[in-house]
Design a protein. Sequence first.
Lengths: 306, 356
Amino acid sequence: MDLFISMFAATIIAATPLIFAALGELVVEKSGVLNLGIEGMMLVGAAFGVWAHFAGLPMIVALAAAVLAGAAASLLFGVLALTFMTNQYAAGLALAIFGTGVSAFIGRGFGSTPVDAIQPIHLPGLSDIPVIGAMFFQYDPLVYFSFVMFGAVSWFLYRTKAGLALRAIGESPDSAHAIGFEVIKIRYLAVMFGGAMAGLGGAYLSLVYTPLWVENMTAGRGWIALALVVFAAWRPKRVILGAWLFGGMTILQLQGQAIGLKVPSELLSALPYLATIAVLVLISRNRQAMALDFPVSLAQPFRPKG
Amino acid sequence: MLFKIEARAEPSREMAIAAPLIATGLTVVISSLFFLSLGYNPFVTLYTFFIEPLTTMNGISEWLLKASPLILIACGLAIGFRANVWNIGAEGQLIMGAVAATGVGLFAPWQESPLLLPSMVIAGMLAGIAWAAIPAFLKDRMNTNEILVTLMLTYVAALVLSYLVHGPWRDPEGFNFPQTALLPYNGMFEVFDYSYRLNTSIFFTGIVVAVTWLFTERSFMGYKMSVGGVAPAAAKFAGFNASASIWIGLLASGAAAGLAGMMEAAGPLGQLSPQISPGYGFAAIIVAFIGRLNAFGIVLGGLLLSLLYLGGETVQMSLGLPSSIALIFQGMLLFFLLASNFLINFRIRKTAVRAH
């Protein structure tokens, strides 16, 4: 039972950076833009978060630095994809490569100095309830914040006028432009939101999860976040579900290594990547379900006419 | 004074040639500022980065040696990219090519035969093809996004490599380093001159460039694939087969990347180790774009990116700058290139505001 509780809690924690990054990308893609650079933005966020922390700034400022760094990195993509109307695949890849380089450069002096990680908060009463307390009320504030963001994104997309506009732009930018929406401006905002969330996801890794700076520490999580959006078939609820699934894979793999399973550790490490492929295949086979919430204009450059 | 963006009636040929030059120029300018901000003399640094590597015979040998896999992989990728088939996991196919080729080189019973090297070439290409066939099958039959599958398989390939060199294939006399034994002499490409590492595998790259040019510019299949990439609806209407594009695009790039991995193992490295590739599979994506998905453009792009790698190593050694700088420059170059491509289809006009 204790093992179950600790694995449950570890899964929720491992899923948190994915939830941030994938929710951000979901909003970007809903506006019709495909940013493949999540891995780069997460790394930039992770590095700048640690940089601000080592500069002696309070944790909340370090998180803000990561958010700003992620958003700034996403602007590089935004200018190319939205203003210069370039191929979005190429622009996103450029950002992934550039972000990896920049983060390694920023982090070159950090060594493996540990970070004073953000600690779980104790909620009087709630955290002390047996079982329930350990499963639901002993997390760091960012875990709770990831659920707040989930609620906020779902509410924004489906319950606000601005969210409707964003989805309309993703479906048909030409019609949305014709009825007066500022397609490019809204897409810029969506891209920056995606960058900010990826930056926060990266900072979660370096300031809470690991917690220290390691070059390339995202280890493909940016790409898994991208896969999660496809897995979720562009619906926020399933982003959470998918993130738990992959968080669970990560924890199972670590658990397998810890109990000394008689298989090569590389095979266990490959599990999250193989699971990503398996799940993508299962989801993508059903073309109709995939098409339901798919933003039709995804990855197509838009130029306002007239 | 104001600026206005106008669509050109047709793409500008001059700009198509100028765009990569503008991008390279901007990268040089920004990197000078970057070096200046780090407190280095930008002229010295730029000289160290871009010129010094080419002042010695060894430098030129290394330049071509690194350009070769980049050009080779980019040629394969370009065939897919033209058809909107996005293989971004060439790094994984490269690794599997190197693994299979080294396996044959070390363990095939025909160690003394002159056929050892040819069989390694075939093994490398087949392994690259097999690794790329997975996303091709999943894309064609299961509608699964090839970007994600090729990328995930790159992580898996790196783990396969790591397992082999840490486990069953580790050289028992290798002082516990994670690497295999050295390949036998028969399983290595011959060098042109014993002082330098450049070897005969570069002929393969030459052949692949020619074949790519023929396929993309002179064959009907190549044409059909390009139409499918630019105008999928038109291609469908004309009855062009989309699944053929998927298979050819992925398998061609898989074969090229597998061969490149084999050439690294049987060339400069001579064995398998976790450092089989400094990210050639990813850098080749940039090469393909710089070369405008054209075989000859790719040769120039490969030479440019190879120089970035070499320069990165040189400034790392002589100025103590971190190797991540090479990645920053690669990303920056692609950013500028994409931005300058804008000038091919659009022009920026000054609109004079008249004072009354």
